[in-house]
Design a binder for this molecule. Structure first.
Ligand code: SF4
Length: 387
């Protein structure tokens, strides 16, 4: 890449508020698309938008590792199979030697980032997080993409600091960017069922806005396919689009579907997923448990709609971790331009029993055989190497 092109690229990636486009789709149109548009029409529209935003046909991926420093969590979300109580036999807090070994291995494999997240452990205070970040930065040249909004709020509450003060302190200690975890669906009606102890939608958005105002980039996610309605999905997309209009701080949007294995939600009758229709039962028959599992078509529809609705976010990520490599490959024709991460390690989705694994080599081949140019990127979507 010439220096001039590089400059242009960097400028495009710089954080800037995005003026709303005059021809963007409305909430009403989006809802109608989600409910009744033809799958292939939706895919074609999303694919055309992807082409406009990424005309070179590059599909990127990052080499990184998810490191979960603890699985102890007081939130106990009903959709989560990862959390443990402090006195559970398999509860853990990662020791430093193990953590450093994991980072060393990531760097040896050409990794540029660690995604570090954990549960809300009652005994860990802000000093733990500061020390964790400093100790990593002292030893390794690696981007720390870490601590999703629920963790940031928990750290700030327990230290009696504002969100802004907390983010400043963590950034000074070495935090580079913030992952969009903990968003699930940004509708408090849904959160009340999925994760009643978790931060509300407004707090998630506040952490992200504060991070953006401090010059930190973040991602945004959405976990769908559980108890939300199509209207809730649109509410979520609108909240993300509106914040991005004001800050321009999101690098990417990552929709993925709820994985029910080993979760309290899947064993309950808390509601019905978007894919489920209530079945009529005879009065004496016990109500069947709803089947919470978005289908491939639902995944592709939501992905395509995300590409179309979020006209101010450059990158939409396919989720091979939850959908498998084959559907993630198809997703590249439904609006996605990024293949996420090689995930040298992943524990949260794996705890539901879903354990798709891959390698850099397989990601490259999958992208190439779908007709795109594979490219390794960094956290900020700068291209490191094309294949
Ligand atoms: S999703 Fe996160 S906050 Fe909720 S129980 Fe699991 S680890 Fe805790």
């Amino acid at each position: 890449m010439t220096k001039e092109k590089q400059k242009k690229n960097t400028a495009r990636k710089r954080m800037q508020p995005c003026s709303p486009k005059s021809d963007r789709i409305t909430k009403k149109e989006a809802l109608s698309m989600l409910k009744s548009a033809d799958l292939l029409d939706l895919g074609l529209t999303a694919d055309n938008m992807r082409k406009q935003l990424h005309p070179a046909g590059i599909v990127s991926f990052v080499v990184d590792r998810n490191i979960n420093y603890t699985n102890v969590c007081i939130n106990k979300c009903t959709f989560c199979a990862f959390w443990r109580d402090e006195d559970d036999s398999d509860a853990y807090v990662l020791d430093r030697d193990t953590l450093f070994e994991k980072i060393e291995e990531t760097l040896d494999l050409g990794g540029t980032q660690i995604l570090i997240q954990g549960g809300l452990h009652p005994d860990l205070n802000i000093d733990y997080y500061i020390d964790l970040l400093r100790s990593i930065k002292k030893r390794f040249k690696i981007n720390i993409h870490g601590f999703s909004p629920p963790e940031i709020c928990y750290i700030s509450d327990s230290a009696d600091l504002t969100i802004q003060e907390t983010l400043r302190i963590l950034r000074e200690a070495g935090l580079d960017s913030v992952p969009g975890g903990g968003a699930e669906i940004l509708s408090d009606r849904v959160r009340e069922i999925l994760s009643p102890r978790k931060i509300k939608s407004s707090s998630w958005l506040k952490v992200m806005e504060t991070a953006h105002r401090l010059g930190m980039r973040t991602t945004a996610t959405m976990m769908f396919g559980s108890i939300e309605s199509p209207e809730d999905i649109i509410t979520h997309l609108e909240a993300i689009r509106e914040l991005q209009d004001r800050t321009g701080g999101f690098t990417a949007f990552i929709p993925w579907s709820f994985q029910p294995g080993n979760t309290e939600l899947a064993n309950s009758n808390l509601g019905l997923g978007i894919s489920s229709k209530p079945k009529k039962t005879k009065p004496q028959t016990p109500t069947p448990k709803p089947s919470y599992q978005a289908t491939a078509v639902e995944y592709l529809k939501v992905l395509a709609l995300s590409r179309i609705y979020l006209d101010n976010i450059d990158n939409i990520q396919a989720s091979w971790v939850t959908q498998g490599m084959k559907l993630a490959q198809v997703a590249l024709r439904f609006g996605a331009n990024d293949f996420g991460s090689t995930m040298i390690e992943e524990n949260v989705v794996a705890s539901t029993g879903v354990s798709f694994r891959t390698s850099k080599h397989e990601i490259i081949n999958t992208i190439r055989s779908a007709g795109f140019i594979p490219a390794q990127r960094d956290t900020f979507y700068n291209i490191i190497r094309k294949y």
